[in-house]
Design a protein around this ligand. Structure first.
Ligand code: 26Y
Length: 822
């Protein structure tokens, strides 16, 4: 019997050593004596990849044979990071691969560092997509991730004279060992042109779109292997190519440059990731990207469905399509076009299929991040999709007016077209209308969705919005990044937690066990030493691993309030200098994160952090009681070093603005204590971890809304708080920017003014809470007890749990065991 599924390979060191050598020899053409470290990295990836492929083929065949329902996760971003350790760990090959390489005198840890960090995303939303891909594989939910194969991912950040500099990222420069180009899986994507109505006798009129421009979307597949290699899913990323790569006519007539222009124009679509995660700039190229990957993914989904079934009527029974925010929302119109125009399905039936197939996740309520597109741009680029949106809107408005009795004001709030800002398509409303389920990413965020952005649509469709609190994969964010802690946990409670992370709860009873606590603290110290070494190497700054490591790492944004953190740092600096005799608790303030290149305020905040760091770190008066470091180029790989090394996790966003947060979960899982506001998933962390084990401060979301409505101003608050006043004055008077004393005048001024982000409003409570942490540090047994409780109680925040809920409530897909979770 012919089968391409070989016998399972042996996983011993001998076999792996031989296979790595074979890859080095026959795939890379190198001998052990001339091989460089990157050759070993490639050879190791290829050897490990073979094992993934075995499981991949088996998984694909099983899903095909059983006609299982598939989940298609459409996301403009997948912030994956490195894959080698993930693969080795999930396949249970850590020891044999390490030993195998050791035979050639090669260190696996060093090999791993050479893999480029795939940064096809901005931040939380993209990293969530990557965690979800891993969890779907680990929980055996058949899934495809669909996205864009950007040639240049998220920019590399350097700091020059304190300021952010953006450099191009080039992850594909030396090839990508994980991907498979599928030249046969390619679709034409149209742009522009005209729509004509075709009338044939006895048939309803048909619309035919003749695009002016066409490009090809070519699939590149990466296998995503789940825990214990049980199941492998596919991440399918689209790359743009010209249909006719060189215009032969032009080429032959000697216009060699002109002949290549078209391919440049086509390939530009997937050249670079937009580096903004909170402000829509509205460039045409971005809309092209959105449509390009949406259309390619839908054509692929439809084609695959028709390979098995003879009709699209049962599409929603066999596929669930999740829209990761509104970036793929044009999919709603595009699927309608495919169903109605191409496959001749009647409009109402097509709409039923569409709604049953799609669901949509919202990740932000910030008005400036909500996507809308000018009608004229949409119409020019996607004329047929624009018509379809008008038709959907007409149905929606008719229903709202006639069946639900909405008035004009309410109608204009639910309309897919914003008439107030020069007529724009609202992508949020489109995604909502085209989906059977819409979800927020934390309990608080979901409630706020119902009250704010989607208030009127929620009234119209009160069943549609539900909550799915985010999670993070414990494989990457505990097992792989903190192996020593896992060993310790296993000694205490056995290995069960590796297959069911909620069993971490059994660790709770060790929180009061002094000897366990000490070992827990010893692991934390070793992780801090490792981070200290990175800081020393990259910044030539010594930080004492015995001090509190107080860490804020995330995108730089006003609402995330890195500014609040650095003002508190300045106030602490002032206090240490004015009362040197007091018993100050040594602290290291660690910052990292990127600002969108066009976001001036965020770039100023980075500059300020670096200016403050320079002054404080050089001041002998603080005697190493306080250090400030900004580690450049925050990415997934750096996060894997940082998360296990934190004592304090800063989650201090203005309440109501952080949809969920996921860094908060990674820190707490690794035993950091959170100082945070009642925002996003912090609220649920408080419920799980308990109020005694987390440090909550500040205004609630409701209080923030009220303060804003009541015209809150910072100045009167600042007058009443000498610490804040002094810190702010030193920042605005150039104490940290002597060569440019006015540099921070407007940044500081914004606090005196309307203090939109409630920094002045929350300062005093933040300061007081930090001092409670200082005090707690003196009672290390108590601190460590709390840290153990954090790790023990964070199991619920696994993305396996999130995926289980999506599978059960929204997708109705995945193994029976998952769909039956309570
Ligand atoms: C439209 C464009 C400007 C845009 C691009 C990216 C808008 C938003 C984004 C990304 C948003 C994002 O990353 N949101 C984050 O999603 C995480 C996962 O749900 C949340 O944990 C986090 O609170 C939220 O800010």
């Amino acid at each position: 019997r012919a089968t391409n599924n070989p016998l399972p390979r042996a996983n011993d060191t001998d076999t792996l050593a031989l296979e790595i050598l074979e890859k080095l020899t026959y795939s890379l053409g190198k001998t052990t004596s001339v091989a460089r470290m990157h050759d070993w990295m490639d050879a190791t990836c290829l050897a490990v990849r073979d094992r993934i492929i075995d499981h991949w083929i088996a998984s694909t065949q099983k899903v095909t044979k059983e006609h299982s329902k598939r989940v298609c996760y459409l996301s403009m971003e997948f912030l994956i990071g490195r894959l080698l350790r993930d693969a080795i760990n999930n396949l249970g090959l850590s020891e044999p691969v390490k030993q195998a390489l050791a035979r050639y005198g090669v260190d696996l840890d060093l090999v791993e560092l050479l893999e480029p960090d795939a940064a096809l995303g901005n931040g939380g939303l993209g990293r969530l997509a990557a965690c979800f891909m891993e969890s779907m594989a680990s929980t055996e939910v058949p899934a495809f991730g669909y996205g864009i194969r950007y040639v240049h991912g998220f920019f590399r950040q350097e700091i020059a004279d304190g300021a952010q500099v953006e450099l191009p990222e080039d992850w594909l420069a030396h090839g990508n060992p994980w991907e498979f180009e599928r030249r046969e899986t390619a679709y034409e994507i149209g742009f522009g042109g005209k729509v004509t109505m075709v009338e044939e006798p006895g048939r309803p009129p048909r619309y035919v779109w003749r695009p002016a421009e066409r490009v090809l979307a070519v699939a590149f597949d990466t296998p995503i292997v789940g825990w214990r290699g049980k199941h492998v899913n596919t991440l399918r990323l689209w790359s743009a190519q010209a249909l006719d790569p060189i215009l032969l006519d032009a080429f032959n007539s000697g216009d060699h440059i002109g002949a290549l222009l078209e391919s440049n124009r086509a390939e530009a679509i997937t050249r670079v990731l937009y580096p903004a995660d909170s402000h829509q700039a509205g460039q045409e190229l971005r809309l092209r990207q959105e449509f390009f990957f949406s259309s390619a993914s839908l054509q692929d989904i439809v084609r695959r469905h028709l390979q098995t079934y003879d009709s699209l009527d049962n599409l929603a029974d066999k596929v669930a399509i999740q829209l990761n925010d509104t970036h793929p929302a044009v999919s709603v119109a595009e699927l309608m076009r495919l169903l109605v125009d191409i496959h001749g399905i009647e409009w109402d039936k097509a709409w039923e299929i569409t709604q049953a197939t799609f669901s949509y996740t919202n990740h932000t309520l910030l008005p400036e991040a909500l996507e809308t597109w000018p009608i004229h741009l949409f119409e020019r680029l996607l004329p047929r999709q624009m018509q379809i949106i008008y038709a959907i809107n007409a149905d929606l408005i008719r229903h709202a007016r006639l069946d639900k009795g909405l008035d004009d004001g309410q109608i204009s709030a639910v309309s897919l077209i914003d008439e107030n800002n020069g007529r724009r398509v609202r992508m949020g409303q489109l995604a909502f209308a085209g989906s059977h389920a819409v979800n927020g990413v934390s309990a608080l965020h979901t409630e706020l969705m119902k009250e704010t952005v989607f208030r009127d649509l929620h009234r119209l469709y009160p069943e549609r919005i539900e909550n799915k609190t985010n999670g993070v994969t414990p494989r990457r964010w505990l097992f792989e990044c903190n192996p020593d802690l896992c060993k310790l946990i296993e000694e205490a409670i056995g290995p069960g937690f590796r297959d069911n992370i909620e069993l971490l709860a059994e660790l709770d009873k060790f929180a009061d066990d002094a000897s366990f606590r000490d070992k827990f603290a010893a692991v934390k110290l070793a992780n801090k030493q490792r981070l200290a070494k990175v800081v020393e190497e990259r910044l030539a700054t010594y930080v004492d691993p015995k001090a509190i490591f107080d860490i804020q790492v995330k995108r730089i944004h006003e609402y995330k309030r890195q500014f609040l953190n650095i003002i508190e740092t300045v106030a602490l600096y002032d206090q240490i200098r004015s009362s040197p005799h007091l018993d100050w608790t040594p602290r290291v303030k660690v910052f990292a994160g990127k600002a969108a290149p066009s976001y001036q305020e965020a770039k100023q905040i980075i500059h300020l952090i670096n200016d403050v760091a320079r002054v404080i770190n050089a001041d002998p008066a603080v005697r190493n009681l306080l250090k400030v470091v900004f580690i450049p180029n925050y990415n997934v790989s750096l996060a894997e070093i940082i998360m296990p090394a934190a004592d304090v996790s800063e989650q201090i966003s203005t309440a109501g603005l952080e949809a969920s947060g996921t860094g908060n979960m990674k820190f707490a899982l690794n035993g950091a204590l959170t100082i945070g506001t009642l925002d996003g998933a912090n609220v649920e962390m408080l419920e799980h971890i308990g109020a005694d084990n987390i440090f909550i401060f500040g205004l609630t979301a409701e209080e923030v809304a009220n303060a804003r409505a009541n015209g809150h101003m910072g100045q009167p608050v600042i007058e009443r708080q000498p610490l804040l006043r002094a810190a702010l004055e030193s920042i605005e008077n150039g104490v940290f920017s002597e060569n440019d004393p006015g540099r921070y005048r407007s940044l500081a001024g914004s606090l005196r003014d309307r203090d939109w982000w409630m920094i002045a409003a929350d300062f005093q409570e933040y300061w007081n809470t930090q001092r409670r942490l200082d005090e707690l540090w003196l009672d290390r047994a108590k601190w460590n007890t709390m840290a153990v409780h954090n790790t023990a109680r964070m199991g619920w925040f696994s993305s396996d749990r999130s995926i289980g809920e999506y599978a059960r409530d929204i997708w109705k897909a995945g193994p029976k065991s998952i769909q039956a979770i309570s």
